[in-house]
Design a protein around this ligand. Structure first.
Ligand code: TXA
Ligand code: MG
Length: 319
């Protein structure tokens, strides 16, 4: 059931706005929440009706589990069993753009639909001050997938959220533009306890290698089918051509680095991957609004380039 809201309220990241957002969550309503990665569509993770409403508002397939956002490491360890690898990563990268998949504990209290019936849960402690303030005031776990209609481009501003979900959710907490700009890195562990990358994201494998002593690699397991792991995702309306060193015909050309003079948009003029990640979804939204086919310059396949290229490949995938 999708709650109909004639108007989706836009709340400021003031104590009053955060308090209002918390009240809405407590009553089972949905609030889009700013995080440092992208905006999340938040609901009380313990409330089955709220969780059901998240899937309905996004049009998300129910077999795809949600990320649960927590205020602190204690809450995370109450919900799931973090092994040594997960704990090490949490200590170094939380709060931040990292999601850990870990086995659920008995009595976790989460609505079953959050994990789509899996015996694991994806946990994240976000760094955005408004998200942290809201999680602290709400005092419970918040389920939040990216705040976009399923399959579409992720939102990095409150305006992007409104463009996709206005009228379908109670409120948006406006925390400005998301500074990281791509979703969190999702990490699981293999049967030897080593970290494996389930989704490339805002924390690069190189950053994790510095604390793990090895470079975590993409998982070989094909058992999890999830929106972020589906071939076509983050999809603009127009077609997307990758590794485009020039513009063809009517294309709107998105450049990267100094060799893209004449590009319509530039992810980063001096080839900075963090800047490119922060700009990626906002530029895709703008390029899509032109109604023209989209072409994107090559982006290097390391560091945050792994997450950027993952999103671009899915945006370009056949639908
Ligand atoms: O940065 C982010 O991660 C953002 C912000 C809002 O936190 N959230 C986000 O959520 O990207 P969403 O729903 O768009 O992506 C969640 C991903 C999906 O690919 C889902 O399959 C995966 O997390 N996931 C959730 N629970 C899982 C589990 N138990 N095992 C494996 N993957 C899981
Ligand atoms: Mg998403």
């Amino acid at each position: 059931m999708t709650a109909q809201h004639d108007q989706t309220q836009i709340l400021d990241q003031t104590p009053a706005g955060i308090s209002r957002a918390s009240t809405i969550l407590r009553r089972g309503g949905l609030v889009a929440i700013p995080t440092e990665t992208v905006y999340g569509l938040g609901g009380d993770a313990r409330n089955p009706a709220a969780v059901k409403a998240i899937f309905a508002a996004k049009g998300r397939p129910v077999h795809n589990p949600l990320i649960v956002h927590v205020a602190d490491l204690d809450t995370a360890t109450e919900l799931a069993r973090l092994d040594d690898t997960a704990r090490t990563l949490a200590q170094h990268f939380w709060p931040g753009a990292l999601t850990l998949v870990a086995p659920l504990r008995d009595g976790h209290g989460l609505a079953p639909a959050v994990t789509a019936g899996l015996d694991t849960v994806a946990l994240r402690l976000p760094a955005h001050p408004a998200a942290r303030a809201l999680l602290a005031e709400f005092g419970g776990p918040v389920a939040a997938p990216s705040a976009n209609p399923s399959g579409q481009i992720s939102p990095t501003t409150a305006a992007h959220v409104m463009a996709g979900l206005s009228g379908r959710i109670a409120a948006v907490l406006d925390g400005g533009a998301c500074p990281v700009g791509v979703e969190s890195t999702i990490i699981g562990t293999d049967d030897t306890g080593r970290a494996v990358v389930l989704r490339a994201g805002g924390i690069s494998p190189e950053m994790m290698a510095a604390v793990l002593g090895y470079l975590p690699v993409p998982t070989k397991s094909a058992t999890i089918t999830a929106p972020g792991q589906m071939a076509s995702h983050y999809a603009p309306r127009a077609s997307v051509r990758l590794n485009a060193r020039t513009r063809d015909g009517q294309e709107v050309w998105i450049g990267f680095g100094p060799d893209c003079a004449g590009a319509d948009f530039t992810l980063s003029e001096n080839g900075d991957l963090a800047e490119a990640a922060a700009q990626l979804f906002a530029i895709l939204h703008k390029a899509d609004a032109t109604g023209r086919p989209i072409a994107v310059a090559p982006v290097p396949e390391y560091g945050l380039g792994l997450a950027i290229n993952d999103r671009l490949r899915r945006a370009a995938a056949p639908r």
